[in-house]
Design a protein. Structure first.
Ligand SMILES: O=C(O)[C@@H](CO)OP(=O)(O)O
Length: 338
């Protein structure tokens, strides 16, 4: 392992320029980086859909995402308000073993499965039209397990856009079925920060070997990468760019979005949403399996905390749209929950 890492304190290594809010930095990345930034039952459902929102699509290649008649109708009712749910995956087998995980693709533990189900219950009354996940199984398991709890009972379907054949072979040919589905878009850009030569090492043992301070810098500083890995800044460069280019346009079109990702890719996105400084993000910690709600309105993100339960009244008071959606779910509960 490379050992010639900086031993400066976190405070002294964060440069003046790196204290700029991330939105400023992101613009700089874009300029300078070579990285690519780039019946009654039916009526009831329609009513819920109309409130939940709205429009079409990421890519015209995938039939799940191409605008159906229903969606075209909904697009007429487009609002500029949408819900954004962020969720860090449930506990993984390597979280349990206290190993640096990064981009190693390990599944959830039983506790992680339970956390994902619990998270799903907490957000079961909040509309979700499209899901973005990392390409890693722990985030995808979390998204799927959470959505199985959702009252709307739509089926989350992973879009396979890795090749033309994969797209063609996974097409759906029923409009009705499409309308009862939620597209799940995997993106490597939302993956956990690549932990370099720390991946697979025990966190405690690494601290004993290299010193607590050094390991803390590797884990929580903004711009110090672990040996041959990504710093949070590098992770933000790809995760925030993906968010801006692919997720924000969906929210702007009134789509309700859920993102299932990782501790550090989500820390970098939250840094962008909350306009945190490089100092402030250091102390930001995310628990596994805890959903966080934002409302996107008029181009701004409003932090709404973590819904503690599906019936928490406060959550639905945030916007008229959410309250109406919840009301419609309750009115049609015998249909929706069957
Ligand atoms: O090991 C990892 O990939 C991450 C998240 O579990 O660890 P850390 O908390 O050190 O960023």
């Amino acid at each position: 392992m490379a050992t010639a890492m900086s031993h400066q304190s976190i405070a002294s290594t964060i440069s003046q320029s790196s204290r700029e809010p991330l939105n400023v930095q992101t613009k700089r990345f874009k300029n300078n980086s070579s990285l690519s930034y780039h019946t009654s039952r039916k009526r009831n459902f329609s009513k819920i859909e109309a409130v939940a929102s709205q429009t079409s699509s990421v890519s015209s290649h995938n039939t799940l995402l191409s605008p159906s008649k229903n969606n075209i109708e909904h697009s007429k009712k487009k609002t500029n308000e949408a819900a954004l749910i962020l969720i860090r995956h449930g506990e993984s087998l390597w979280n349990e073993k206290n190993l640096f995980t990064g981009c190693v693709d390990v599944p959830l533990t039983e506790k992680g499965v339970e956390e994902a189900i619990e998270a799903g219950k907490r957000i079961s009354n909040i509309p979700v039209d499209i899901i973005f996940t990392s390409s890693l199984i722990r985030a995808q398991m979390t998204a799927m397990l959470a959505m199985i709890q959702h009252r709307r009972k739509k089926v989350p379907i992973i879009l396979h856009n890795e090749s033309e054949k994969a797209q063609t072979w996974s097409q759906v040919f029923s409009e009705e079925t499409k309308n009862q589905s939620i597209p799940v878009i995997p993106a490597w850009q939302l993956n956990e920060r690549m932990y370099g030569e720390l991946q697979g090492l025990n966190k405690q043992e690494t601290a004993e070997r290299y010193g607590k301070q050094q390991v803390h810098e590797w884990r929580r500083s903004y711009d110090i990468p672990p040996p041959k890995g990504e710093s949070l800044e590098m992770c933000a460069e790809r995760a925030v760019a993906y968010f801006e280019d692919n997720i924000e346009p969906k929210l702007a079109a009134g789509k309700n979005v859920m993102i299932a990702a990782h501790g550090n890719s989500l820390r970098s996105i939250i840094m962008y949403l909350d306009k945190l400084t490089c100092q402030e993000v250091i102390s930001l910690e995310l628990s596994t399996g805890i959903p966080l709600l934002y409302i996107f309105k008029d181009g701004k993100f409003m932090k709404r905390g973590s819904p503690v339960g599906p019936t928490e009244p406060g959550v639905y008071a945030y916007t008229k749209g959410l309250a109406q959606y919840r009301h419609n779910l309750d009115e049609n509960s015998e249909v929706v929950c069957s």
